[in-house]
Design a protein around this ligand. Structure first.
Ligand code: 5GP
Ligand code: MN
Length: 337
């Protein structure tokens, strides 16, 4: 509540505001950012949204998408200028400045007042005003809460509501993860009340596969899934050549890890992908096994207890060997799950 008072005071007069979110934004990252941007614009602020990287095409329908600046070496000077010019920087859906690449240090050094709204574990202490709630299902849920606490729920219109709905829908796995609280359903009821077309958003995000993405999924599930029953673990490793062969675009591998986790008896799943500068890993678990801890301990990453990510600078095959070699030391945790 103290933070709401501080934020209300901060936003009392029109401000120049930057909103940013994590590398490779997903629907919660972009949806919470564009939802908040829509609200702040209605309040008379000047708002810019900058993402540290590109994001999937299936998010392009969100209102405000056309004005998003995507960081790249080519936009570096412009991005630095904006970061140094604005009065307020909102950091959404990430808990450490290392998650936003080059922009992290620029923001650390910026004079602007920094506001964090996030639901990841172990937040870094860099913000002046922090709304960090690890029990929240999505950052979009927190954005809704913050707007409501400022007394402005009536400013949440269909366009803002669509963005927030997308974030909550995807981060709850379409309302099936344990994070799907009563509060989540009550917020969704409010969004339905103002006319958000929820089934259309589901279709835009989940039923918009290109043919090559669907064939890639078939190939991966048939030929690339490795199941290690002994450790109740399944993983998928994908090379750069395979990505190329199936013309894989940003976002095309999203959700793959959930297929590995959907098998009976499996409590830990990983998707290991050879990206341009490093190998990127997505981890998921069910039950008590903390992939946040696993990613932090072994792969310089983090996230939530049941959904986390990490990175490896070893070649793909060595990364896979490292991953498999770590399983025996976690066997007890995996089996007691
Ligand atoms: P995904 O596997 O969908 O990319 O990410 C799962 C969760 O882990 C998300 O909440 C994401 O923000 C977080 N995450 C993904 N990669 C990293 C990483 O390298 N470091 C940290 N700290 N979190 C990550
Ligand atoms: Mn999120």
């Amino acid at each position: 509540m103290q933070n709401i008072v501080a934020l209300t005071e901060l936003l009392k007069n029109p401000k120049q505001i930057l909103i940013t979110t994590h590398h490779k934004p997903d629907a919660d990252a972009l949806g919470s950012s564009l939802g908040l941007a829509g609200y702040l614009k209605k309040k008379g602020h000047q708002v810019t949204v900058i993402t540290p990287s590109d994001y999937p095409d299936f998010l392009n329908w969100m209102t405000g998408n056309e004005d998003v600046i995507i960081y790249s070496p080519g936009s570096d000077a412009l991005v630095q200028k904006i970061i140094n010019q604005v009065d307020v920087i909102f950091c959404l859906d990430f808990s450490a400045l290392s998650r936003i690449n080059e922009m992290g240090e620029y923001i650390r050094q910026a004079q602007a007042t920094k506001v964090l709204i996030d639901h990841h574990l172990q937040p870094e202490d860099f913000a002046d005003i922090s709304f960090s709630d690890t029990s929240a299902a999505a950052t979009a849920e927190l954005v809704f809460e913050v707007i409501r606490a400022m007394g402005d729920q009536d400013l949440i219109d269909v366009k803002i509501g669509e963005c927030l709905y997308a974030g909550i829908m995807t981060d709850t796995g379409s309302f099936r993860h344990p994070s799907t609280s009563r509060n989540v359903h009550l917020i969704i009821a409010e969004l339905l009340h103002i006319g958000v077309n929820t089934s259309n958003i589901h279709r835009l995000i989940y039923d918009s596969h290109t043919e090559s993405r669907l064939r890639f999924l078939g190939y991966v599930l048939k030929d690339k899934l490795t199941v290690l029953r002994e450790f109740r673990t399944a993983y998928i490793a994908i090379s750069a050549d395979e990505l190329k062969e199936y013309d894989s675009k940003t976002g095309d591998t999203e959700g793959l890890v959930n297929f590995a986790l959907s098998m009976e008896g499996v409590v830990f799943a990983a998707v290991i992908i050879d990206r341009v500068n490093a190998v990127k890993i997505s981890f998921r678990s069910v039950g008590n096994f903390s992939v946040n801890d696993f990613a932090r301990q072994h792969f310089d990453g983090g996230g939530h207890r049941n959904a986390a990510g990490g990175i490896s600078y070893l070649p793909l095959d060595e990364t896979v060997r490292k991953f498999v070699s770590l399983l025996p030391e976690h066997k007890n945790q995996l089996l007691e799950n």
